[in-house]
Design a protein around this ligand. Structure first.
Ligand code: AMP
Ligand code: MG
Length: 529
């Protein structure tokens, strides 16, 4: 694809494509399916019929120095659907492997994601622009390289929602419909249907995953592995590149990856996010939430819940298991990196950081959620008895914690929490236990050093009023499939300020309605996207 006349519509952009410049790529270009003994393949997006911009993130656009006028133009949709390249873009698909549901799966790679380039913004920040659903690559295997509108809406909205919730995540710039149909068998039950296609432009400082390291390691290609590690430290972890002793540098880097992963997962737990497919190819080396597929949000508090129907049997990726899985994934990364270390010890020290940072972050989060100055050892029991109550009485996690700051600690009652219950019989049965718990809680709060206004402020900044509930995303999708995109825009706007009460938008904070309990898209999602 040649650089094109659309170029003049865009301001001059600075690309610095370090990944393809500094690392060895596939000698063959293009999307022919194959095993590749390199870190990426140069491949252009496959043009689509009729790209139309459906939504964009104002914040991300501003961060990339794209003004709102530019975004309205047809040229913008052309570029971010992959129909035209701008000067400086050098598209490629990355090669990686991964452990899927606990098993080594061999080469996977970007089967439908194509990176356009590494854009350097006016502030000097590096942002990799990546189209998801951009067509065939050597890593597409038997699939079509495309993405459907419903899953693209979900990825677009969740990327931005997580960012505004304060959870480290990849971002989304734009959502474009392609004007083409894509066929998917949503529940793999022999009922394929034709659905509208779409492309999301995802944005992150780096899309390198644990699986990028695992693949060369699995092939015994130490040279490629070493080059990727050195590159990643240099480009994405410049603070460690300062360390002249290479052994120390790599040890510090790995520990940093463990710390970031722990921090990320602790914040997933805080907001009730369930990723759904924590395979090692879906774990970012930067500790960002990445690859929003069959994810979900906790409505009634249930550590055993998973949104992913593909995982319904083993529930490997259930909400309450996410910290252990993140750790297991780090052990896979550690064993891929082992040949670069003298022995296991430095990696063990890094892995230990995971537990330390997870516990510290999780406790700080719990203190903020409950409105305590700090979390004391004695508070563990209080918290665990609350979790047990929330679970057995079927209580909405988000509404419960948000409403907890309304409790009068001098005369606690269940009144401010009524909205959080899903089942009247269960509420009645649990009432005496909740009252007992509230009495303990109120006593603990009264003994705390925080003033009432400080406490309220702290709680309201840790307990979102709005999260991207599964049924809300599904309602926006239903409307979009009828050609009405207003639901996406509204939801995106609500999720820009998830900690603020937004008058007139109370319905976006409502608990899951009964119709959504067992509905596809609301409580059950598959990997088909
Ligand atoms: P995921 O479970 O979405 O993280 O994807 C696992 C692997 O399948 C990755 O290598 C993806 O690139 C690939 N993949 C998923 N969907 C498609 C598709 N429609 N076309 C090509 N590759 C795909
Ligand atoms: Mg993936």
């Amino acid at each position: 694809m040649a650089a094109n006349p659309l170029q003049n519509t865009f301001p001059p952009l600075r690309f610095d494509n370090a990944f393809v410049r500094e690392l060895p790529g596939d000698p063959e270009r293009g999307g022919r399916p194959r095993q590749v003994q390199a870190l990426y393949t140069r491949v252009d997006p496959t043009p689509v019929l009729a790209p139309k911009l459906v939504a964009h993130s104002k914040e991300m656009a501003a961060r990339l120095d794209f003004d709102e006028g530019l975004i309205e133009l047809a040229e913008f949709a052309e570029v971010f659907a992959g129909n035209a390249l701008l000067e400086g873009m050098e598209p490629y698909a990355a090669n990686y492997g991964g452990h899927q549901f606990g098993q080594w799966a061999g080469q996977l790679g970007d089967g439908r994601a194509i990176t356009l380039g590494e854009l350097i913004n006016a502030q000097g920040e590096r942002w990799e622009l990546q189209l998801k659903g951009a067509g065939l690559t050597p890593y597409s295997r038997t699939a079509d390289g495309r993405a459907v509108l419903r899953s693209s809406i979900r990825e677009f909205l969740c990327s931005e929602a997580m960012h505004h919730l304060g959870v480290p995540t990849t971002r989304a710039l734009s959502l474009v419909t392609t004007g083409e149909k894509v066929v998917r068998d949503m529940f793999y039950d022999g009922n394929p249907r034709s659905e509208p296609g779409a492309i999301v432009c995802r944005v992150a400082p780096s899309f390198i995953r644990f699986g990028n390291f695992e693949l060369p390691a699995s092939r015994g290609d130490l040279e490629l592995l070493t080059r990727l590690v050195d590159f990643t430290i240099r480009r994405d972890f410049p603070e460690h590149a300062q360390e002249p002793d290479v052994a120390k540098q790599r040890e510090q880097w790995f520990a940093d990856v463990c710390e970031r992963t722990a921090y990320m997962v602790a914040h997933w737990m805080r907001v009730g996010f369930v990723h759904g497919v924590m395979n090692t190819d879906n774990m970012s080396i930067l500790g960002l939430a990445i690859d929003y597929g069959p994810y979900g949000w906790i409505d009634n508090f249930d550590p055993n819940w998973t949104p992913n129907t593909t995982d319904a049997q083993g529930r490997r990726y259930r909400y309450g298991h996410q910290p252990q899985i993140a750790f297991w994934n780090l052990t896979r990364l550690a064993s891929a990196l082992l040949p670069l270390f003298k022995d296991e010890e430095p990696l063990q020290r890094g892995l230990q950081r995971f537990g330390e940072v997870f516990v510290a972050t999780d406790r700080a989060n719990a203190a903020a959620k409950l409105g305590f100055g700090t979390f004391a050892d004695d508070d563990v029991d209080l918290l665990h008895s609350l979790y047990a109550l929330l679970m057995s009485a079927e209580v909405d996690m988000t509404i419960f914690f948000r409403s907890l700051s309304e409790i009068d600690v001098n005369a606690p009652t269940l009144a401010p929490l009524e909205e959080a219950f899903y089942d009247e019989d269960k509420r009645k049965a649990a009432e005496p236990h909740f009252l007992a718990w509230l009495a303990r809680y109120a006593q603990r709060v009264r003994a705390d050093s925080l003033s009432p206004s400080e406490r309220r402020k702290r709680m309201r900044s840790a307990n979102p009023r709005y999260v991207l509930r599964n049924y809300l995303a599904q309602q926006a999708i239903d409307r979009a499939e009828r050609g009405d995109y207003a639901g996406i825009h509204e939801l995106l706007d609500v999720m820009r300020r998830p900690y603020d009460d937004q008058p007139g938008r109370e319905h976006y904070a409502a608990k899951r309605p009964e119709w959504a309990r067992e509905r596809a898209g609301c409580s059950m999602l598959s990997c088909s996207s």
